[in-house]
Design a protein around this ligand. Sequence first.
Ligand SMILES: Nc1ncnc2c1ncn2[C@@H]1O[C@H](COP(=O)(O)OP(=O)(O)OP(=O)(O)O)[C@@H](O)[C@H]1O
Ligand SMILES: O=P(O)(O)OC[C@H]1O[C@H](OP(=O)(O)OP(=O)(O)O)[C@H](O)[C@@H]1O
Length: 208
Amino acid sequence: MNMLTLALAKGRTADDSIKLLEKVGIHFDDFSDQSRKLVFYDAAGLIKLIFVKAVDVPTYVENGAADLGIVGKDNIMEARKDIYEILDLQLGQCQFAVAGFNGEEPPKNNVLTVASKYPAVAKSHFQKKGVPIETIKLNGSVELAPIIGLADVIVDIVESGNTIRENGLTILEEMDAVSTRLIVNKASFTTKSESVHAFINTLQTGLE
Ligand SMILES: Nc1ncnc2c1ncn2[C@@H]1O[C@H](COP(=O)(O)OP(=O)(O)OP(=O)(O)O)[C@@H](O)[C@H]1O
Ligand SMILES: O=P(O)(O)OC[C@H]1O[C@H](OP(=O)(O)OP(=O)(O)O)[C@H](O)[C@@H]1O
């Protein structure tokens, strides 16, 4: 068996991801998302876990710096990397949506302006509908954009809907469902086949 490197997304899904790994018997005794440590080894010595920013997980996996990644579908869709998406881990469940002010007419002469943490996702969504847009990349508090006139609408993640509601916006269009996924480097899938498949099978037992 090869030791596998697993890139795990920091942020709100990290604890649940670690819990899922623990549930299937993969233990990281010294893991704490409060510590400044970025590399952890499982007790059996089979997995080297690197703890990285969610947005960077697909990059680590595509380049083979990590064999495996645990990251949200939002970041996978935005990154458009050449990787395999293998399992839906059913964590961090939410949805992409277009949101804005209800009843507002789309701009007639100029293109629709869309603010998002996910400009590629936004572009692809509106392109499929034949609607030309201009994207404005933001890194958070995206709901502010229509309020202060920075953009006509936003493309963002919605879970409870509280952020949208509390800022006076409405969902104008529902888009793809988002949840945390297991992704695999294409070369590792073949060259480390035994270890990768053992990991996938083990993780799958935690989902049933
Ligand atoms: N409101 C939400 N409900 C459920 N899952 C969410 C929600 N917001 C984000 N997620 C999922 O959790 C992942 C991590 O989100 P989080 O906001 O912690 O990371 P981030 O966007 O990288 O953070 P930041 O850029 O603020 O450091 C997202 O990629 C997404 O898949
Ligand atoms: O529908 P809700 O349950 O309100 O969740 C949706 C909110 O959660 C995420 O924001 P996050 O908390 O990551 O903050 P930021 O992106 O604005 O930094 C997302 O960008 C929405 O703003």
